[in-house]
Write a protein that binds this ligand. Structure first.
Ligand code: NAD
Length: 506
């Protein structure tokens, strides 16, 4: 009898057939485009490192074509009434919902994230479109700022064609998080997806096209960062770059965009603390700690990869943690029972595994995992891992590992917890578990993090600001914050009467 995994694999293989037969093209001006060079790169599945298919390796010429298409499409898209843009973006959301299962299957196969999470991510992609679609008609609204003899009012207008550059962890959801507000604002888009997860970007652009988005409004150029991403950040037609990825790539992009004075929005790396005090609801804290590092393979910018646990409860808490880790199910990403799938790429797997030796060299102890997971011989599977007896100065506490790997550190009191939490170059999120209301607010105020969750895992509400401090980013997404980035604010000042104008040479 066929298992759910068999059924999912069969469905995935049907969907993937088209990607196996011909190189995955770019999407430019409303149609597939093979690219100016015949160069391609291989796209492997992390399930067993077999070839899914090849992908057009975009270059500066392809990027130029896409940027010119976005530039040509911009005036009409900008001038489309907000209600019409709203209706179109809702159609995109409808189409994403209708194909959510296909998207999730392709995404899981391409990047190794477990289907249980990718199914939700696909639906969240549709929600992102609906949320910003509803705000499209009001995106231009500004403020009324009256003065004594003048009336001032502000309005917003879309900045122009924008570049969107995305990473390989949850690529579909993340792309919609950037592209939906850009389109709602009236910008046109050139998207450069990550080379390790190119497939869902193509599905998304096709879906949008079928939903009626005009040609040129949304373009996709596949390719490597240096060859396709870099020219996008340098192109004069592109007015702003929204980038999600590593902190070091963010600084390259800032440099690359300097000559054309690009506006940039960066969502970068993290090494986020979860602080567990002895007065917390420890069962709920345990659920959240496990979820926030071992879901999405730990390949998650908001993962709580540093556990700061109060010394008085540390032994008991760590013991319970070990028991939960031992029961986590590592397996084929298309198996509905799987909780941890294979890591996206062999190079990333090697990087994550290198920290097992680094932990030992630093003097930490591996209390769970620390080796390859025995799922098959060829995929990128690692065991969920826990490092204990660690200090905050160790590399395992300071560097973003971006895998299912947790570093636990103990602290004595609130002051030490805060000092440890902030002693890091990153500042994306922090999670606080305590029963003391005053303490939760004191810490929320003092933590260097763009987002603080108290007695909660990462729980998103789309109007709220999303983004990081320090090396974790520049700018905020969500609600009106997204429009602040994709739009110019203009002030208009009109004299109410005959106020005194300074007279020179009179
Ligand atoms: P990456 O920086 O290596 O690549 C991201 C994208 O940038 C890819 O599309 C890549 O091709 C492109 N790129 C690379 N070099 C470029 C260049 N010189 N110019 C223009 N584009 C270039 O990141 P990754 O390894 O794909 O993703 C993992 C990282 O993303 C982690 O650090 C993670 O924390 C971060 N991330 C952050 C958030 C957030 O919201 N803060 C969300 C998801 C992921």
């Amino acid at each position: 009898m066929a298992t759910p995994l068999d059924d999912n694999l069969k469905a995935a293989n049907t969907l993937l057939a088209r990607f196996r037969n011909a190189p995955l093209p770019h999407w430019i001006n409303g149609a597939p485009h093979a690219g100016h060079s015949a160069l391609t790169f291989d796209n492997l599945t992390p399930i067993d490192n077999s070839l899914i298919g090849t992908v057009a390796a975009g270059n500066a010429e392809d990027v130029d074509l896409a940027c010119r298409a976005a530039q040509a499409a911009f005036p009409a898209w900008r001038d489309m009434p907000g209600d019409a843009r709203k209706a179109l973006l809702h159609k995109v959301a409808d189409a994403i919902e209708a194909r959510a299962r296909d998207i999730a299957l392709v995404e899981s196969y391409d990047c190794g994230q477990a289907l249980r999470f990718m199914s939700k991510a696909a639906v969240r992609g549709a929600e992102n479109f609906r949320f910003f679609a509803d705000r499209a008609p009001g995106a231009r609204d500004g403020q009324s700022l009256p003065a004594d003899e003048h009336i001032n009012y502000s309005l917003r207008q879309p900045i122009g064609p924008v570049g969107v550059i995305t990473p390989w962890n949850t690529p579909f959801m993340l792309s919609t998080w950037k592209i939906a507000p850009a389109l709602a604002a009236g910008c046109t888009v050139v998207h450069k997806p990550a080379e390790w997860s190119p497939l869902s970007a193509m599905l998304l652009a096709e879906i949008a096209h079928e939903a009626g988005l005009p040609p040129g409004v949304w373009n996709v150029v596949q390719g490597l960062g240096e060859d396709a991403g870099k020219p996008l950040t340098e192109h004069p037609a592109i007015k702003a770059v929204a980038f999600v990825g590593e902190s070091i790539t963010g600084s390259h992009i800032m440099r690359q965009g300097a000559a054309t004075l690009k506006r940039v929005h960066f969502e970068l790396g993290g090494k986020n603390p979860v602080i567990v005090f002895d007065d917390a609801d420890l069962e709920r804290a345990l659920d959240a700690v496990v979820f926030m590092i071992y879901s999405l393979n730990g390949e998650r910018c908001t993962s709580s990869s540093r556990l700061l646990v109060q010394a008085s409860i540390a032994p008991a808490f760590i013991e319970k943690l070990q028991a939960r880790i031992a029961r986590l199910k590592v397996g084929h990403p298309l198996d509905p029972a799987t909780e941890i799938g294979p890591l996206v790429h062999r190079r990333h797997y090697d990087k994550v595994c290198s920290y097992f030796d680094i932990a030992r060299e630093d003097g930490a102890r591996i209390a769970a995992g620390g080796k390859r997971a025995a799922v098959n011989d060829s995929g990128n599977y690692v065991e969920p891992t826990l490092f204990v007896d660690a200090s905050n100065r160790m590399r395992i506490a300071q560097e973003e590992i971006f895998g299912p790997v947790l570093t636990a550190i103990t602290f004595k009191d609130e002051a030490e917890a805060l000092a440890l939490a902030n002693d890091i170059p990153y500042g994306l999120t922090a999670y606080v578990w305590t029963g003391d209301v005053g303490r939760s607010h004191r810490l929320a105020r003092a933590l260097d993090a763009g987002m603080v969750w108290v007695n909660s895992e990462n729980n998103r509400h789309l109007p709220t600001p999303f983004g990081g401090m320090k090396a974790s980013g520049i700018g905020r997404d969500g609600g009106d914050y997204s429009f602040e980035f994709y739009m110019e604010t203009k002030n208009v000042c009109v004299a109410l009467g005959s106020h005194a104008i300074p007279k020179l040479g009179a």
